[in-house]
Design a protein around this ligand. Structure first.
Ligand code: ZN
Length: 109
C-alpha cells in the first residue's frame, strides 16, 4: 500500500492556513473550497491518512461528555481548476470550543 504523500512530510500551505481554507456541506457531505479560486471551487480529495488514532482523548477529563477516542485525519486536496495542491487535517484533539477568532489569535494568523 502506498504511503500518504509518498511518506514525505506535509503541511497546509500559507494559502490554506489562518482561516483561508474554507468549505461547506451540500447534503451532509463536507467540501473544501480552493483557497486560490474566487468562486468557491470544490477541491478533490486525492488521498487521506489516519495520522493519529488513540484510545484516550486527552480532553475527556475536562468534559462531562466523553469522546470515544482521539484521532487526527489528514487529507491531500487538489483543485482541478488551478492545479493547487494543499493539505488539511481534521482532529478531535485540537480546539474543543471557543471561537474561531480565539483559535486564530493563538496561531498568530
Ligand atoms: Zn483553484
Amino acid at each position: 500500500m502506498l504511503k500518504f504523500n509518498n511518506g514525505k512530510p506535509y503541511h497546509g500551505s500559507s494559502a490554506a492556513t489562518g482561516g483561508k481554507l474554507q468549505g461547506a456541506t451540500d447534503t451532509d457531505y463536507f467540501y473544501f473550497f480552493c483557497p486560490n479560486c474566487l468562486d468557491k471551487r470544490i477541491m478533490r480529495i486525492l488521498d487521506y491518512e489516519v495520522r493519529v488514532e488513540q484510545n484516550e482523548n486527552p480532553y475527556n477529563k475536562e468534559f462531562k461528555k466523553k469522546a470515544k477516542k482521539g484521532f487526527t485525519l489528514a487529507f491531500q486536496l487538489y483543485c482541478e481548476n488551478c492545479k493547487h495542491t494543499d493539505y488539511v487535517k481534521i482532529s478531535n484533539m485540537g480546539w474543543q470550543g471557543g471561537t474561531h477568532a480565539e483559535a486564530l489569535a493563538v496561531v498568530g494568523a
